[in-house]
Design a protein around this ligand. Structure first.
Ligand SMILES: C[S@@+](CC[C@H](N)C(=O)[O-])C[C@H]1O[C@@H](n2cnc3c(N)ncnc32)[C@H](O)[C@@H]1O
Length: 217
């Protein structure tokens, strides 16, 4: 994600009704944000929110939370929500958090989350930065602290090196693959109902095959 410092982004995030403010105070009671007991699915590193906005529209019985580190990026998702709201079409089951994924155990309690999506996570190519990769074993252990026991993580990327790394990490963290494909868009089973992310559209248009796994413990 190209980063620019957008003046006013921080303030817009702080004042948005779509953002969960002081999320650590809602730990264990996150469903209150939505006013129902529906399952919560999160996307970590959601960028401008294209994927989650569409998922939320298609699945009103699921609550979605998009996690994004940068206010300048999250701002784009908030602007999309404002535009939808003008047409009375903003999904009521979608909220956002502006937070570093490393802090997620401070905001989500044990078993609070039903599913995690990782889409086109930053590759952090240097070995010494491997721990920063969102599908690393260190992050998988963090996800253990708040993902339900039968919960799954779904990861998509066009970066084959990152995908191979992610698969190697699984046994070390006590996870296993339920499904793997190295060419999602030509996989009739796994591609059914696939909602494309912004990066997925960009890289598949260049001819890059998309890898995907679904993992569980
Ligand atoms: C390459 S973009 C992918 C965006 C989107 N998921 C997609 O597929 O189009 C990765 C996003 O993850 C965010 N990100 C990276 N590390 C993060 C972290 N530790 N916590 C939260 N977000 C993070 C980045 O700011 C960026 O917006």
């Amino acid at each position: 994600m190209r980063l620019r410092n957008i003046p006013g982004a921080q303030e817009a995030v702080e004042n948005s009704p779509y953002v969960i403010h002081e999320p650590e105070k809602k730990k264990g009671n996150m469903r209150e944000v939505f006013g129902n007991q529906n399952p919560i699915h999160i996307e970590i590193g959601m960028g401008k929110g294209q994927f989650l906005t569409e998922m939320a529209k298609q699945n009103p019985q699921i609550n979605y939370i998009g996690i994004e580190l940068y206010s300048s990026v999250l701002l784009r998702a908030l602007q999309k929500m404002d535009a939808l709201q003008e047409k009375q079409e903003a999904p009521g089951n979608l909220r956002f958090m502006c937070i570093d994924a490393r802090k997620l155990s401070e905001v989500f309690a044990q078993d609070e989350i039903d599913k995690i999506y990782l889409n086109f996570s930053d590759p952090w190519p240097k070995d010494r930065h491997a721990k920063r990769r969102l599908p690393s074993k260190e992050f998988l252990k963090l996800y253990d602290t708040f993902l339900k026991k039968d919960g799954t993580v779904e990861f998509k990327t066009d970066n084959r090196g990152l995908f191979d790394f992610a698969i190697e990490e699984l046994p070390q963290a006590g996870w296993e693959a339920k499904a793997i494909t190295y060419d999602l868009h030509h996989d009739t089973v796994l591609n059914e109902g696939n909602v494309m992310t912004e990066y997925e559209e960009k890289f598949s248009a260049k001819g890059n095959p998309i890898c995907k796994y679904i993992i569980c413990r």
